[in-house]
Ligand binder design. Sequence first.
Ligand SMILES: Nc1nc2c(ncn2[C@@H]2O[C@H](COP(=O)(O)OP(=O)(O)OP(=O)(O)O)[C@@H](O)[C@H]2O)c(=O)[nH]1
Ligand SMILES: [Mg+2]
Length: 354
Amino acid sequence: MKVGIVGLSQVGKTTIFSLLTGLEVDLFSQQHEKGIAKVHDKRVDILAKMYEPKKVTYATLEFFDTPALKIKDAKERTAVFNSIQNAEALLIVVRAFKNDAVPYPEVEKPVDQLKATLDEFLFRDLDVVTNRIERLENAKRKLEPKEEIELKLLKRLQEALENEQFLSKVELTEEEKKMLGGFSFATLKPTAVVVNVDEEQFTEKAYDTKEQIVNLCKENGFAYVELCGKLEMELNVLSEEEKMEFLKELGTEETGIERLSNALYSQCGLISFFTVGKDEVRAWTLRKNSTAVDAAGAIHSDLARGFIKAEIIKYEDLIRLGSEKAVKDAGLMKLVGKEHIVEDGDIITIRFNV
Ligand SMILES: Nc1nc2c(ncn2[C@@H]2O[C@H](COP(=O)(O)OP(=O)(O)OP(=O)(O)O)[C@@H](O)[C@H]2O)c(=O)[nH]1
Ligand SMILES: [Mg+2]
């Protein structure tokens, strides 16, 4: 899953990108980068303790940093969105932290930053829709029936966007969604908002216009996370033990970056299943409602091709009963066929024959 990080200038986009991916980035280079972030899942750690495997592999998300959006600047907008054309989800960064040494974005109030960013999403999609409509209307030939249908649909979308409505709020049939797949509309992508707060705001759990931001996120179905970039940077250089200690003092068990990657993961409709053994404990990513044969295919195409059955035990059962054998003895191992729907936390062994 690819996630584009967007926002106004000097809000902490590159800082958060660097924290997520563990890549060291020069904050002053305007080059945008991409990188892989592990999705921190405590269950993987616990399974690793149980199996003591040679290798532990977490699920991952891929992130893209972008240059700053400038309010109502069509050229910058095109540059930013073109650079994340392939992103399947978007992460909006909003700055609440106060520091006069860091120039403030064009609008200062956090909620105004969010609104300005969302407007850029709307403008982007409106640009795309309008261009395509013009192209179809100016075609010097008779449109194909499929194009006629597309034109009608695009006009509906244009009207919604002009009324500042996100395309995610427009009712679309599966057929229509498919038709729109190639446009990479910003307002159709799963979106999360991260507010970059300072230490004081973090402790107080409060910042200017928070309530409005939380409400906007609710209305639009965005995931919402607060974190303190500066604190996360400090946490980053600590040993695992020191980190746990520090987090405990802060009254939490997870870092903001861990919360953020988990929130994004579920916002994107993703679940994890696990494979376990002495060689490797590993989390794999699937979309919700995927089947056992999809799970096999995620591991290797051979496993999907030669799929016979899948053995499934539940993570909770394994932890509760202490061993695979105990789970089997309790009759809690399921042997399932291709079409069985995999659930988050399933531990899977594929039986196959190629
Ligand atoms: N005090 C404080 N400073 C921060 C925080 N996060 C980022 N900064 C600083 O803010 C400045 C901008 O951070 P960046 O991560 O480069 O922000 P950006 O959104 O990528 O900036 P542009 O790409 O130039 O738009 C840097 O000097 C950071 O060190 C934070 O949580 N607290
Ligand atoms: Mg940057």
